[in-house]
Design a protein around this ligand. Structure first.
Ligand code: PHE
Length: 354
């Protein structure tokens, strides 16, 4: 028994980790452990022998168990010490301010327009950027041969060879979300959809990817007057002025009838844009009453419901509101530009006032 004690106490003291310790426990006092087997031999002893060996074996077993428990606690402490040493951090060091990022003007204006239209009762809807040809064109009353398919400078996705279904497109506008919202929610409906759109076009005022804000309201008593009020209310709140007059200019879109170009009243004073006053007009986007064919494509009865829709350029709104001259710089990720025009993440007085 002295040999056993010496052997196991030595092994326990030298165990490197909890797994080794557990193996030792099984070997010594587990069901088929060396000490447990010895205890079984008690039955074959004479009563006198048993009286001496029994208590001694029990004491040895207790001693080994106690040593195992003590070593286990020691190993856990050592592991914690190691972690504390490894994860040491000097919290008194100053923060690294230079690494703070900034909010991109597009994200900023995206938030602002969303907040304004939320106050006007519009929910935010979304749709895929890779869109079916049907949602992007056909359902919006743009037939297969229509010239605006070319005007839109569409990016077509490739199909596998032999697959002659119409290809998907990178959506050329956010208007397909009109159809998706009608399909999903039916009427009445009041949504906006801020999102990315794509056209194969690149110059000072065009980038192949840009951002639009779609608006759609459908009910049984919707008119162009409602559309005009919403746009005036929106523009005044976005540009923080008392009032901005909106002018409708007759236009044509396949998905609206009648259709109108949206202009905001403005003036230029010393090269600075003043919105809401003056004799000039600023083009802001397209709009109109939703075409009956579009309502039908979305599963809505045009005999009962009608609606207005509009599309505005978010990047353009950002340029106007924050006086940013070149659209292309928006997407060049130049750190100096981002520092100049970016917004501090936690320094925004209100969502829409910027
Ligand atoms: N989808 C049109 C465009 O991208 C804008 C628009 C939206 C016009 C809704 C009318 C109604 O040019």
């Amino acid at each position: 028994m002295d040999d056993l004690r010496e052997k196991y106490l030595g092994l326990i003291a030298g165990a490197a980790d909890e797994a080794a310790l557990e193996a030792l426990r099984v070997e010594a006092v587990g069901k088929k452990g060396e000490i447990s087997l010895k205890m079984r031999e008690l039955g074959r002893m004479t009563p006198e022998e048993r009286q001496v060996a029994g208590p001694a074996l029990n004491a040895l077993k207790d001693e080994i168990n106690a040593a195992l428990a003590a070593k286990k606690a020691g190993l856990a402490d050592a592991a914690l010490d190691d972690r504390l040493r490894a994860e040491w951090l000097d919290v008194t060091l100053p923060g690294r301010d230079r690494r703070a990022g900034s909010i991109h003007p597009v994200s900023q204006v995206w938030e602002e327009v969303t907040a304004i239209f939320a106050e006007l009762g519009f929910a935010v809807a979304e749709g895929p950027q890779i869109e079916s040809d049907w949602h992007n064109f056909d359902a919006l009353n743009i037939p297969g041969h229509h010239s605006s398919r070319e005007e839109m400078d569409t990016f077509y996705m490739a199909r596998a060879e032999g697959d002659d279904r119409p290809p998907h497109v990178l959506r050329t506008h956010t208007s397909p979300v009109q159809i998706r919202s009608m399909e999903l929610q039916g009427a009445p409906l009041r949504i906006i959809c801020p999102g990315r759109v794509f056209r194969s076009d690149y110059d000072q005022t065009h980038t192949p990817m840009f951002h639009q804000l779609e608006g759609l309201a459908i009910d049984t008593d919707i008119s162009m007057a409602n559309l005009k009020w919403c746009l005036e209310e929106f523009a005044a709140r976005l540009f923080n002025v008392e009032k901005i007059e909106v002018r409708f200019r007759a236009s044509h879109f396949p998905f609206t009838e009648p259709s109108a170009e949206i202009d905001f009243r403005c003036s230029w004073v010393d090269g600075q844009l003043r919105l809401g006053e003056g004799d000039d007009w600023l083009e802001a986007g397209g709009s109109g009453m939703v075409h009956p064919n579009v309502l039908r494509a979305g599963g809505i009865d045009p005999e009962v419901y009608q609606g207005f829709a509009f599309g505005l350029g978010i990047d353009r709104l950002a340029m106007l509101k924050y006086g940013i001259p070149d659209l292309r710089a928006f997407f060049e990720s130049d750190i100096r530009w981002l520092r100049q025009y970016g917004f501090r993440a936690l320094d925004v007085p209100t969502l829409r006032a910027g």
